[in-house]
Design a protein around this ligand. Sequence first.
Ligand code: HEM
Length: 510
Amino acid sequence: MLTPLDVLSVETWILVISAIVLFRFYIHKKWQFFKSRSIPYEPPTLLGLGSLVSFIKNPDGIFTRDLEFKKKYGPIFGIYSWLSPVLIIGDSEILKQIFIKEFSTFPDRQNQFLKVNGKEMNTSLLSTTGDQWKRIRSTLTPTFSSSKLKAMMGIIEQCSDKTVESLKMISDTKGGRFDAKETFGRLSLDVICSAAFSANVHSQEGNETPKIIQMAKKAFSISFASPVMLLLFMFPWLETVLSKFDWSVFPRDMLTYFSGLTESLIEKRKSSELKQRIDLMQLMLNVNVSEEDVKNGATKGMTLNEIIGNSMIMILAGYETTGNAMLFLAYNLATHKDVQEKVQQEIEETIKEYGALTYDGINNMKYLTMCINESLRLYTPVARNARIADKDITINGLNIPKGTLIHVPVYGMCHDVEYWDEPFEFKPERMEDMNKIDPMLYMPFGAGPRNCIGMRFALMEIKMGFCKLLQKFDLDVCEDTPSAPLKMLFRNSIQAKDDIFLKVVPRCNK
Ligand code: HEM
């Protein structure tokens, strides 16, 4: 019979056992982070690789897990992503410090997955940190000022008119039943491309799904459940290695398509009369600086690669989140007819008061705003937000060392019965007085200086879209519309699991 000593020598066995003991000791030490700070935590296990495996295996579990954890551990607790601690904070006072007062200590969202988005998108606002982020953010911020948004109103109105036209055709020929995910996705892409880049991408034309929509969908279908993702979560340094080969979590054909599209938009712009347009693309081109200028410390302006990367992120961020927000609002209104009627009444009163759908009129629509806010709470487009500590800090007695990753359970906080009565019900009335809503417990667009740069653009687009739609149609459910609450998927945004078909009924038929 074979004995252990026949396989390896005594010295080798001593070495192997010592290595295992040392490794176990190292892990044990790493997993003392929360215990040593008396912070409750989900006990990590070796084969669960901390708490990572359950997340990778079932990302959709995030919707229930954050609520269960809060019940078990309270608003501040920890989990381990393999050896790295992730501090989950749902405490309003501490979040206020992190997002606003101590922003200089928490300027970035995370330190992982920043360099594996393809060489162009690695330079986008979502991925950049430090001085590069500051320079790009301050360059892009003026694009979303009130005067610029006002100037974009007409374009957004035209795109919304196209949606109404295509719904009218569906109503005339197909009984009004339409795929709401597809319709609002096409609208949001048309709006962002037309308003920000003066580009007609034909996303609302034809029955076939246009290539641009197919490609945009690819960007949001990436799954966390892959071996490479697991390795990246476990060994963050791998990112630097993979980025050397320009490896990306996004499909290569999607990156090539969008970088080609933005490059061609830039080329067209350089040689055409569109130079007069004051849109996002022109603002970026007006402040185009060289790599050399950046190396020499330029504090404003963007390089050509940054212009391409940020154009891509605006198109993608504008498409998915806003399209989904409109889809869920349409669903909520179709399933709450009394609320829908009140919105329609408000639209009529606004048009009477302002003479048309003006920027000020739309912004002053209180009830529609309440419905949007409530819909964003119920189907929170970004389920978790994050910040990372840039230096050691203690907030309200909570010691947070440099490098600690903080996660904010945005979806969990929006569905916590401690803060919301019947949290899974659609009740716009609870959003009547936003001064009574804690902005840290309800942050669909994030908070502080690094919040969503496109927030006001998105809200204007949703309002205009629904004003146009509800002027002409009632929204209704069809036989196969799923019942509430909708089942959700957690990818790199939240998405409805099932197709959502709704029905438009022309209002003149009433
Ligand atoms: C309903 C629609 C939208 C929702 C719910 C949403 C939500 C968010 C959230 C939660 C963040 C993170 C903020 C933080 O860390 O505090 C974010 C960031 C961002 N969003 Fe949006 N967003 C929407 C629409 C848009 C649109 C239309 C655009 C582009 C025109 C856009 C562009 C961005 C960009 C570039 C960032 C990164 C900002 C930075 O790091 O400086 N978003 N968004």
